[in-house]
Design a protein around this ligand. Structure first.
Ligand code: COA
Length: 232
């Protein structure tokens, strides 16, 4: 990978978006490589959970790469948006838990990427926002769907329509993030939380992720059968 770092330890893969000089902004190559990485993690049986973070102390991901946005035609913009949506959907649809460890600016497409992960842990220095309207565009990577689901329609519309940023404490208060921790505890806390999930029944974890994603009630017998098969 050119724009990502990928490491695996104790069944946990850590994917780091690695363009710190551009605040890890999502250019076409980052999106492509995120797609490649998620495909590889999906089929790797040695990987049971994923942490997604950004390189450097300043940003998780500060949004789509504005320099690329500026030069694209409407048709290219639409194609880029659809391609990104498909990649983000693969994170959400992964049957292994994915935690976004949000280490700084989490804006636009970055916030949308974090919302496509199953859980979000933020450092106390993180800042969140959907500033697209300030650029005269809309959130093209699923934010119009996932933000209302997470924080409710009224709060989502306030963020989406003003483009204003909120800090980590406010993000926690409205339910955008699961936890806020000191910056130097971010990766250890994300690893510990994922470790708790990985200590449970892996097939049950996959089945719960699928049920929550599809929004169906899970027949308990199925869960028991899955576990019985696994542990038996
Ligand atoms: N796309 C491309 N480059 C970006 C970027 C983005 N979304 N966000 C930051 N960068 C680049 C800056 O251009 C700068 O590059 P340079 O040093 O080559 O000039 C570098 O990252 C550092 O950013 P800078 O703006 O100098 O940092 P700051 O601390 O003054 O401000 C932000 C931080 C996040 C407030 C500011 O960078 C910003 O508003 N970024 C755009 C956020 C945005 O609108 N995202 C949504 C896009 S749809």
């Amino acid at each position: 990978y050119t724009t990502l770092q990928l490491t695996t330890q104790d069944a946990i893969a850590t994917v780091t978006v690695n363009r710190p000089d551009k605040l890890n902004a999502l250019n076409g190559m980052v999106i492509d490589e995120l797609g490649q990485a998620i495909a590889a993690l999906e089929r790797d049986p040695a990987v049971r959970g994923v942490i997604l973070t950004g390189a450097g102390p300043k940003a998780f991901v500060a949004g789509a790469d504005i320099s690329e946005l500026a030069s694209q035609s409407p048709l290219e913009g639409k194609a880029r948006s659809l391609a990104g949506q498909a990649v983000f959907r693969r994170f959400e649809a992964l049957r292994k838990p994915v935690i976004a460890a949000v280490n700084g600016f989490c804006l636009g497409g970055g916030c949308e990427l974090a919302m496509a992960c199953h859980l979000r842990i933020a450092s106390d220095t993180a800042r969140f926002g959907q500033p697209e309207v300030k650029l005269g565009i809309g959130p093209g990577y699923g934010g119009t769907v996932r933000l209302p689901r997470l924080v409710g329609r009224g709060r989502a519309l306030e963020l989406l329509l003003t483009g204003e940023m909120i800090d980590a404490a406010e993000a926690w208060r409205i339910g955008l993030v699961n936890r806020v921790v000191p910056a130097d505890r971010l990766l250890p806390e994300a690893t510990a939380l994922l470790g708790k999930m990985l200590a449970t029944g892996p097939l049950a974890v996959a089945a719960v992720l699928e049920a929550v994603d599809a929004g169906f009630e899970m027949p308990q017998a199925e869960a028991l059968l899955l576990e019985a098969n696994h542990f038996g």
